[in-house]
Design a protein around this ligand. Structure first.
Ligand code: CO
Length: 479
């Protein structure tokens, strides 16, 4: 007997839990310390999450700079605790977790060490969606997978709007990603621009172009996040990124428990235990209250910011812009700058607005308005973009702007890292007096000054130097 027609095909969706990375990066300036994470790991490990995102993005910088923690040590401790759950990190392509292009040997070594210290899934993105900037990290992940028996390269496309970003663009990207040897694709909607019915259209189109699993990452900033997930799941998306409710919504992700409940009893049922999730939420709730009380969590970021949809500018970029204008006593220029942002974006080849392109476009727009003449002054980064040093944009640069800003200069069209000689040995030579583990070389490569401050702090701790005294001597150990 064939009952196939009546049989409901089950397709449980997976959830990547972001409470240990993106949620506190988006709400709490990445300040959650490892010591607070560890006691809840055991329970989180029992949920059955697709993965737990816990590293990369700003966690690395914030650990060294503000928390005085070794980020590698955090990773190893989390790896020890999560016996059954895959650990995931966010990786900025050729920029790794820093702000410049690194040579391939540094990218390779960083990926290798991330995986050997405990990462399973590396989500790799580029601010221009120039796939050439992702190839070295994908190759390194595949190489580490062979050596460690662990490792998954996920390529994230930075989602954005604009003439060039048609369904054809996204489906072609999906095919190219598959051909690059990646294991899965993420649609990374960092600004909350992806609205529900567009998500359905996009996921269907991409699913028809690739067999790779597709994951969706959004932020609740514009208030549509959970509806977007609903339509995307119905359209076939495989995994969604959510945060435990005490650190969900606002500039963070849709809430884990809400999405689990939404799909309960449907073919997409996650099968996660709501009682267990409630116990985990109980752990994070007092921490949220504490962060509200001490000001780390600003109630302003918890609401709906509809300007995100109106101006298509990520929330973080707007707040940067406001503080830049305040410094110049030019808050009355707010709307002029808002109008200038899309113009600058067009001049620079219409890139997605995500770190670092968001800062580059935003700062240049502020300059253009405040100087009273467009590109009278161009930032170092604007010049680098126009020289092709960040890679290729979806549309050509504005030739007039290029001629004004970098007249007569040579333009790069190759993959930018092809011009960078290997640099790991040189970096190691610079910092070898501080080296206690191979990973220290990578911390230094990314954040030289911050890493050295941390190494000094670490040494002082190890040698039981009186920290109060060390403070006055170097002023190097902020509380
Ligand atoms: Co995010």
């Amino acid at each position: 007997m064939d009952n196939a027609e009546n049989k409901v095909v089950k397709k449980p969706i997976g959830i990547t839990e972001t409470v240990l990375r993106d949620a506190h990066q988006s709400l709490l300036a990445t300040r959650m310390p490892t010591e607070f994470m560890l006691p809840i790991v055991d329970k989180m490990d029992k949920v059955g999450y697709h993965s737990v995102e816990c590293w990369g993005g700003a966690t690395f910088d914030a650990s060294l700079r503000f928390l005085k923690e070794d980020p590698w040590e955090r990773l190893r401790k989390l790896r020890d605790g999560f016996k059954n759950t895959k650990l995931q990190m966010l990786f900025r392509g050729q920029n790794i977790l820093g702000y410049r292009h690194y040579a391939d040997d540094v990218v390779d070594q960083f990926v290798q060490k991330s995986i050997s210290n405990g990462i399973d899934i590396i989500r790799i993105f580029d601010c221009l969606n120039d796939l050439r900037n992702l190839q070295a990290a994908v190759d390194a992940t595949n190489k580490a997978k062979q050596q460690e028996g662990r490792g998954h390269a996920q390529i994230a496309l930075s989602y954005t709007l604009g003439d060039a970003y048609t369904l054809d663009y996204w489906t072609k990207m999906a095919k190219d990603i598959e051909n690059m040897g990646a294991d899965s694709i993420c649609i990374k909607d960092m600004a909350g621009l992806l609205v529900p019915y567009k998500a359905e259209e996009l996921v269907k189109a991409m699913k028809s172009a690739t067999k790779l699993p597709i994951q969706l990452h959004t932020h609740y900033t514009s208030g549509v996040g959970s509806m977007t997930y609903l339509k995307a799941v119905e359209a076939g998306v495989d995994v969604i990124d959510c945060a435990m409710s005490p650190l969900a919504l606002g500039t963070s992700q849709p809430a884990t428990e809400v999405m689990v409940e939404t799909f309960k009893g449907t073919p997409f049922d996650t099968g996660y235990d709501q009682n267990l999730l409630a116990e985990i939420a109980d752990y994070f709730r007092p921490y949220r209250d504490e962060c509200l009380a001490n000001g780390l969590l600003n109630p302003k970021v918890m609401g709906v910011d509809i300007k995100t949809l109106l101006y298509q500018v990520p929330g973080g970029m707007l707040s940067n812009m406001v503080s830049q204008l305040k410094e110049q006593n030019a808050e009355d220029k707010y709307y002029d700058v808002l109008k200038e942002i899309p113009e600058v974006r067009k001049d620079l080849g219409e890139p997605p607005l995500v770190t670092p392109s968001s800062q580059i476009v935003g700062t240049q727009a502020v300059f253009n308005v405040l100087m009273g003449e467009r590109y009278k002054m161009a930032t170092k980064e604007t010049k680098a973009v126009l020289r092709g040093e960040y890679g290729q944009t979806v549309k050509p640069f504005n030739k007039e702007v290029q001629d004004k800003v970098i007249p007569g200069e040579e333009i790069i069209t190759c993959r930018p890292a092809d011009l960078l000689p290997n640099e790991l040995d040189k970096i190691e030579a610079e910092m070898k007096e501080w080296k206690q583990q191979d990973e220290d070389v990578l911390s230094y490569a990314l954040f030289p000054q911050v890493a050295v401050d941390f190494f000094k702090y670490r040494l002082a701790q190890q040698e039981k130097v009186d920290l109060a005294q060390a403070d006055t001597k170097n002023g190097a150990y902020p509380v």
